[in-house]
Structures are given as structure tokens and as C-alpha cells.
Design a binder for this molecule. Sequence first.
Ligand code: ZN
Length: 158
Amino acid sequence: MIAKVMATQEERERTEHHIGLALRSIWVTFQKEGIHKYPAALEDPRLADVSFLGHPHRHIFHFRVSISVFHNDRNIEFIQFKRWLEGLYNSENAVLELDYKSCEMIADDLYRQINLKYPGRHVSIEVSEDGENGCSIAYMDTQAPQEIFPSPVQLGDN
Ligand SMILES: [Zn+2]
């Protein structure tokens, strides 16, 4: 038999308080084909062992984008957000391009666009080459609300 654990009123209030203070975010993933190169690899003797990076080569860049949300009910809808991100790279009206950039540069470019559309959010972006090696960059907006839900109960400092 499993004994049913009953929370006290104070424990329930404390739990709700923690839920109210939680940092919430959603994340989406997508992939884009791109060709880039690292011209310095052809010249710099310290990069001699990876000199092939100096020539254009293809990757599937893997993205994972996380963004803070202010409530639990599709504040930012996953699929709409993902489609919007992918659309930034579509050839017809692309505002971003992958070519010849490092993963870190790609992430910063993407953040600039996200911050225009969704200001006041914490954003974290991972970009990798073929899911093997990549970067992870956290863009913390210090003006972003820290307390998402107003806490329904006021607890003492004890
Ligand atoms: Zn590469």
C-alpha cells in the first residue's frame, strides 16, 4: 500500500508560490541546409590540421531555440514560432542567411530577428553543424518579467 501524502495548507501555498516564480520557456527545433567556410583556416599555421575548413562545405545546421513565455496557454504557439523561424531563411524573402558564417554568428543573427518580434524575452539558441558540434548562447533580457504569474499567496520570509 502506498500511503497518500497530504500536503498541509502551508506546503500547498509554498508549492503554488514556487510555480508562480518559475521561469517558463518553450523551445522548437528545425534544420537548414547551408554552405560555409572558414577562410582563415587556409592561411593560419595554427589551423593547419583543419585547413580543409577553408573551402566551402555543406552542413545541415541544427537549431534549437528557446524563448521565455508569460503564461501556460500557448503564449507562443510552437508550430507558428517554428514556421516563422524557418521562414526567415526561405529563399523568396530571406532575411537571414547561413552561408560563410560560424554557428555563433548564425545564432546572433537569429537573435536580432527574434528580439525585434518578441522583445523583453529571454532567448537561448543552439546551432550545430550536423548535430555534432555547435554553440549554445543565452540572451538574457534583464528587463524581462521575472515573475510570470502573480503569486496568489504571500508567504513570510521564514
Ligand atoms: Zn563547417
